[in-house]
Design a protein around this ligand. Structure first.
Ligand code: BTN
Length: 322
């Protein structure tokens, strides 16, 4: 973002004269005018108010490495290598490119202001408009082989839900396996990708979360969605504070998952299950039943009337019967 300094000055949404902006940045008023044009081309909504100056139509919540670090517990912060980027194809892809060396205890974390090729589950795109939402990925290492990955995905959903609840978001629901819901709309999605096996049984994964923060409109999203700004318009949402809370919660959950396994998360997941008691069907409509929560391996249980049938994450998706 070339206009970052300008946007930083205007972030409050007040009117700023060309003269005051020019003097703050040590450039001419003509240079400010050019920067405003560039910022508009980058996607910022800026009003030019004749005789008064410029105003961002909606205040901007800029990402700041310093501010995220300030909000992180020091014991977690010192384990991270945190990169805050202006733009990237996908934060998951970036973590995969930065694959840490064998045995390194450092947890790489990448946050970007926008993604040009954000990826969702099942090969879908993840809409990642600039400045609106949170796009965050971490590289994690686990013992236990590939078999633990289904459980991990649910664990990260619990951790993200708990982080949002601690930030004041009410009644965060989990849609199996790991979508976060507010009411009937999806507020966040998690994508866990396998990086590889370092040595026998030691797997590296990248866990990415996309959280809708300020977004008020989205084109081409084919499912009901929510954002924190829509759900709680009166609240002030800081992407830096939310990032710090999410990172701290995800790292703590990964530690607990490593030492205690999935069992420590089972009840925490069930308490937020939005499918419980609903009439569900698999994506291929070959199985239908009432949602009865997850089993000890993280499979979703469908009560068909004859039996409790476990549905495995990664194989099938579930939806509420219409
Ligand atoms: C889903 O489909 O629900 C999962 C969406 C995951 C999106 C996040 S945004 C940060 C990270 N980088 C990506 O490219 N995808 C994940």
């Amino acid at each position: 973002m070339k206009s970052r300094a300008l946007i930083g000055l205007m972030a409050d949404g007040n009117v700023h004269s060309g003269e005051s902006l020019a003097s703050s940045l040590g450039i001419s008023r003509t240079a400010i005018w050019k920067q405003v044009k560039r910022a508009v081309a980058e996607g910022y909504d800026i009003d030019t108010i004749r005789g008064r100056g410029y105003r961002l139509k909606t205040p901007v919540d800029l990402l700041s490495h310093e501010d995220i670090v300030r909000h992180l517990p020091p014991a977690i912060c010192q384990r991270l290598q945190l990169d805050v980027l202006d733009e990237v194809d996908s934060t998951n892809a970036e973590i995969i490119r930065r694959r840490p060396s064998l045995g390194s205890p450092v947890i790489p974390v990448c946050i970007a202001d926008c993604q040009t090729a954000g990826r969702g589950r099942r090969g879908r795109q993840w809409q990642s408009p600039r400045g609106e939402n949170l796009y965050l990925s971490l590289g994690l290492t686990f013992r236990g082989g590939f078999a633990m990955l289904d459980g991990l995905s649910l664990v990260l959903g619990v951790a993200a839900a708990e982080a949002l609840e601690a930030a004041g978001v009410d009644r965060v629901g989990l849609k199996w396996p790991n979508d976060l819901f507010l009411g009937r709309g999806k507020i966040a999605g998690i994508l866990v990708e396998l990086q590889g096996e370092l040595e026998e049984g030691v797997v590296q994964v990248v866990a990415g979360i996309g959280l809708n923060v300020h977004m008020r409109r989205a084109e081409g999203v084919d499912q009901a969605w929510e954002s924190l700004a829509i759900a709680s318009p009166e609240a002030h949402w800081s992407r830096n504070l939310l990032s710090a809370r999410l990172i701290a919660s995800l790292v703590a959950a990964a530690d607990q998952f490593s030492s205690e396994g999935f069992e420590a998360f089972l009840d925490r997941w069930q308490a937020r299950d939005i499918f419980a008691g609903q009439e569900l069907t698999t994506s291929q409509s070959d199985l239908a039943g009432i949602g009865r929560g997850i089993d000890a391996a993280g499979n979703y249980l469908l009560d068909t009337g004859q039996a409790l049938v476990p549905v495995r994450a990664g194989e099938i998706s579930l939806r509420v019967q219409s």
